[in-house]
Design a binder for this molecule. Structure first.
Ligand code: TYM
Length: 343
């Protein structure tokens, strides 16, 4: 029996930030560390997803390389043979399966995706690419090619994960049991633990999520930020005029976001953190505690990043791309047979 697959990807459109780290990277690394042997873990760079909205292409190759290093710096146990890293565009089956699944996907279905609506609203019509429109199909292909059961992602990807389930079920209904349907989002949350930082907010505007495509960068803590500068961003975080601390996103989104970042960096359950700070009046004290944690975390992380062994990383990457290419080709072949492209 093959091992259940945990799989996730982080785009290379910009440096990763602590939201990406807490929402997807850390849970994957934690699983790869604690469940080694029981699961297969695939952590990949969805490089083809990186320019669904306009980017500076002269920086893409370096950013892809940087993301791979971030995976190692975050503690991914790359020596474990059940852990795989790869770049999506090096495995052509991703694009090929996407085309086939595109033909089983409705325009209306894609048009209803919240991310598409949000991102396209910010662009002039000629700049809204077809790639932005159908990227959930590519994401579904990323998941289905490897039969992934568990997909650690932040809240903003929930709808896309549901779509991956829908399209797999629809395909299986028509053609037989070919694709593995990932677990429902509720089960995913149970598996990964619910307080995993599913939606870290922007420090300047805590009503919206921290987002790497955000231009200003003032409310975002990037993994590559100078630690002292990042601490300053925390000190400048928007709060409220309530005057006392309560963990309640509805009335105190900025404070609640800071408490959540504190809990994640301190590896302490949010319920305990909420009790510890409940009713205190000094927002400054909370901010400086979070700022200290952020500064220490980034300093340690960046030291690990500088120590990544390039030779070992690329040897692993190339071996995994070959091995995962075979797995992906096998799934693609089964799909091609099902739709009548192969005898
Ligand atoms: P991307 O690159 O935008 O984000 C990477 C991961 O980070 C999570 N995330 C957050 N989590 C908590 N708080 C935030 N503020 C925050 N912002 C982002 C995202 O939910 C994501 O898990 N389409 C995906 C990449 C992808 C993928 C896949 C993921 C491509 N193929 C297959 C899983 C499986 C994306 O754009 O993520």
């Amino acid at each position: 029996m093959s091992k259940p697959v945990i799989l996730t990807g982080l785009r290379a459109n910009n440096d990763l930030h602590i939201g990406n780290y807490f929402g997807a990277l850390l849970p994957t690394v934690d699983m790869a560390t604690s469940k080694a042997g029981e699961f297969q873990v695939n952590l990949f760079v969805p490089d083809l997803h990186s320019f669904t909205t306009p980017i500076d292409h002269s920086k893409l190759a370096a950013q892809i390389d940087h993301n791979l290093r971030l995976f190692v710096a975050a503690g991914l146990p790359v020596h474990n043979p059940d852990v795989h890293i790869y770049r999506q565009s090096y495995i052509p089956a991703h694009s090929e399966l996407t085309w086939i699944l595109d033909c089983f996907t409705g325009m209306g279905e894609m048009g209803r995706m919240t991310q598409f609506k949000d991102k396209s609203a910010k662009l002039n019509e000629d700049r809204i690419s077809v790639g932005l429109f159908n990227y959930p199909v590519l994401m579904a292909a990323d998941i289905l090619l490897y039969g992934a059961a568990y997909v650690p992602v932040g809240d903003d990807q929930t709808q896309h994960l549901e779509f991956a389930r829908d399209i797999a079920a629809r395909f299986n209904n028509q053609f037989g049991d070919i694709l593995t349907i990932p677990l429902p989002v509720r089960k995913q949350h149970e598996f990964f633990g619910k307080d995993q930082g599913l939606r870290i907010r922007d420090l300047q505007d805590p009503t919206k999520k921290m987002s790497k495509s955000d231009e200003s960068g003032k409310g975002i803590i990037f993994m590559g930020d100078d630690p002292a500068a990042a601490a300053k961003k925390v000190m400048g975080a928007a709060t409220d005029s309530v005057g006392s601390i309560h963990y309640d996103y509805a009335s105190q989104p900025g404070i609640s976001n800071l408490l959540e970042i504190y809990s994640l960096l301190n590896r302490q359950p949010i319920a305990d953190v909420a009790v510890e700070w409940e009713g205190k009046s000094s927002y400054g004290e909370l901010k400086s505690s979070v700022a200290d944690l952020v500064r220490d975390f980034l300093s340690g992380f960046q030291e690990q990043l500088a120590a990544v062994d390039s030779k070992a990383l690329y040897a692993k990457l190339e071996a995994d791309e070959e091995a995962m290419g075979t797995v992906a080709r096998n799934t693609l072949h089964a799909v091609q047979k099902a739709v009548g492209l192969r005898a």
